[in-house]
Write a protein that binds this ligand. Structure first.
Ligand code: SF4
Length: 469
C-alpha cells in the first residue's frame, strides 16, 4: 500500500534526516456515543504516548477500527470497515462491541470473516488496545518523558527476570493466609504477559522465571479466554502460555523456567514442550506432603492426583526433568506413620531439589485450630530427617551428572572461577555450578549472562564443579 510499508527503515526514522518521527495511527470510529467515548480515550492515550493520528489509510502505520455490533446493519458496516482498512492498509487492530460477539456456532465473528486482523478486543478496553498497538507499532522513545524502560524497573540482575502471570489464589490451604491478603486468582491478560516477556528478552534477559501463586491455574478466572498475540489467537491457559514463551525463548536464545506448578492433569502437556531446552525441563511443584490424609487436612489443591505416578511418567517422557518441591514436616495431627509415608514418597519420587519447613502456625490460618498439634521438637526432628534423606538423594542424583556436558548460564565471574546455573538450578533456591577458569590466556573467557557448555568434573550434595567443554 503506502510509502511507509515499502520503506525498509523503521517507521519512526525519517529517511532523509535520520531523525525520529512519531508513528501514525489511523482511526475509524463507528457506533453509539459510548463507543465514541472509548475512541476518545484511546486517541487521548495514543496522543499522550507520542503517536500521531493519520488522516488517510495511506499515511497510517496501523489502523484501529472501533466497531458496533448492535443490529445486523451495524455488524455489516463494521465488517465492511475492517475489510476496507485491511485492503487499504493491512495492519488493523479491532476493538468495540463486535469484538466481543460470537456467531451461532460460538466462533468470534470478526476473526472468522477477517482472520488477518492483528488483534481484537471488546468494548472499554483501552489498556488492551494500547498493548496491541505497542506490540505492532512500538511507541516513540522520548528521553524527556520515558524515564522507565519498556521492561520496567527490575531488581534482578540484567540476565534473568521474574514474570508474574497472575495475582491471588482460589485455594484455601489451611496453613496459608495469602488468599485473605491478595484475594482470589486474577490472571493477567495473555497478550500483556507475552508483551512483557518479549520486552524482557529484547532487553537482554536470558532466563525468565514464570511465577504466580498457582501457575497451573492460569486463566481459570477468565474461563481460559482467547486473547491475541502477534495477530494470532492464544488462550489464557498455562499450556498455550508455555508454548508461546517457548517460541519467544527460541527466538532470543533464552530459557523459561516454571515455578509454582500444581500437578493438575494438564501439566502433562507441558512436558513435551521442554524438549528443545528453551522451556527448561524443570518443574517447581510445591507438594507440602505426600500422605492423602495430611493433604486433606491441609486442603491442598491437586491432592487427589496420583503424584508419584505422574512424576515417574514425566521422567519417562523427559529423563532430564528436574523437580523441585517444598514440604512441611509436623503439620497438626501428623502421625509417625504419615511422616514415614512422606519419607517413602521422597525415596521413590527422587525429588531433585527440596526445601522442608517445620510447621509453624501463621496467625489467621485455619490449621491452627486442628486437633493434635505436633510438639515443636518433634516438628524440628522430622524436618531434620527429611533434609538428611534429601542430602542422600541429591548427592546421588548430582553424582550421576559427573562426566556429562551441560549448559550453564553464567551468574558471576571472579578471579578464581565463574559461577553458573544449569537447567536444574533456579537462582537463589537451588545449587550452582562452579566453573574452573582456563589457565590458557584468552581461552574460555566467560561473562555474566552468557551461556556456556561445561563438562561436570565433581559433585557434592548441592553443587557441581565443571570445566569449559
Ligand atoms: S498455599 Fe494454597 S492457598 Fe496459599 S497461595 Fe498456595 S495454593 Fe493458594
Amino acid at each position: 500500500m503506502t510509502e511507509l510499508r515499502r520503506n525498509p527503515l523503521p517507521t519512526s526514522i525519517d529517511a532523509v534526516t535520520g531523525a525520529q518521527v512519531a508513528p501514525k495511527v489511523g482511526f475509524v470510529s463507528l457506533g453509539c456515543p459510548k463507543a465514541l467515548v472509548d475512541s476518545e480515550q484511546i486517541l487521548t492515550q495514543l496522543r499522550a504516548e507520542g503517536y500521531q493520528t493519520a488522516k488517510s489509510y495511506d499515511g497510517a502505520d496501523l489502523v484501529i477500527v472501533n466497531t458496533c455490533g448492535f443490529i445486523d446493519a451495524a455488524v455489516q458496516e463494521s465488517l465492511d470497515a475492517i475489510g476496507e482498512a485491511l485492503a487499504e492498509n493491512g495492519k488493523v487492530i479491532v476493538t468495540g462491541c463486535l469484538g466481543a460477539k460470537k456467531d451461532a456456532s460460538g466462533e468470534d465473528i470478526i476473526t472468522k470473516v477477517h482472520p488477518k486482523v492483528l488483534a481484537v478486543t471488546g468494548p472499554h478496553a483501552v489498556a488492551e488496545v494500547m498493548n496491541s498497538v505497542h506490540t505492532h507499532l512500538p511507541k516513540p522513545h522520548d528521553p524527556f518523558v520515558d524515564l522507565v524502560p519498556d521492561h520496567g524497573v527490575k531488581l534482578t540482575p540484567k540476565h534473568y527476570a521474574y514474570l508474574k502471570i497472575s495475582e491471588g489464589c482460589n485455594h484455601r490451604c489451611s496453613f496459608c493466609i495469602i488468599p485473605s491478603m491478595r484475594g482470589d486468582l486474577v490472571s493477567r491478560p495473555i497478550h500483556e504477559v507475552l508483551t512483557e516477556a518479549e520486552n524482557l528478552f529484547k532487553a537482554g534477559v536470558k532466563e525468565l522465571l514464570v511465577i504466580s501463586q498457582d501457575t497451573s491455574a492460569y486463566g481459570v478466572d477468565v474461563k481460559f479466554r482467547t486473547g491475541f498475540w502477534n495477530g494470532r489467537p492464544v488462550k489464557t491457559h498455562m499450556t498455550q502460555l508455555v508454548e508461546a514463551l517457548g517460541v519467544l525463548a527460541r527466538q532470543y536464545d533464552a530459557w523459561v523456567r516454571l515455578h509454582y506448578v500444581y500437578p493438575y492433569p494438564h501439566v502433562d502437556q507441558a512436558i513435551p514442550l521442554m524438549g528443545d531446552g528453551h522451556v527448561l525441563p524443570y518443574l517447581d511443584i510445591p507438594m507440602q506432603h505426600a500422605h492423602p490424609d495430611v493433604l486433606k487436612r491441609m486442603k491442598r489443591p491437586a491432592s487427589g492426583e496420583k503424584n508419584l505416578d505422574r512424576i515417574l511418567a514425566w521422567r519417562k517422557m523427559n529423563p532430564d526433568l528436574t523437580i523441585r518441591s517444598t514440604f512441611i514436616a509436623g503439620f497438626p495431627g501428623e502421625t509417625e506413620a504419615e511422616f514415614e509415608y512422606l519419607l517413602d514418597f521422597l525415596r521413590e519420587a527422587q525429588i531433585d531439589r527440596l526445601g522442608c519447613f517445620a510447621y509453624s502456625p501463621v496467625e489467621g490460618a485455619t490449621a491452627n485450630a486442628l486437633a493434635n498439634p505436633v510438639p515443636e521438637e518433634v516438628r524440628e526432628e522430622r524436618r531434620a530427617r527429611v533434609m538428611l534423606l534429601q542430602e542422600e538423594i541429591s548427592a546421588k542424583r548430582l553424582q550421576a551428572k559427573v562426566g556429562k556436558t551441560i549448559r550453564v548460564l553464567v551468574d558471576e565471574v571472579n578471579a578464581r572461577e565463574a559461577i553458573g546455573r544449569s537447567a536444574a538450578d533456579a537462582p537463589e533456591i537451588d545449587g550452582v555450578v562452579h566453573i574452573k577458569r582456563s589457565l590458557v590466556p584468552g581461552k574460555a573467557k566467560l561473562a555474566v549472562g552468557q551461556f556456556a557448555d561445561v563438562v561436570v568434573t565433581k559433585a557434592d550434595a548441592h553443587d557441581l564443579w565443571a570445566t569449559v567443554a
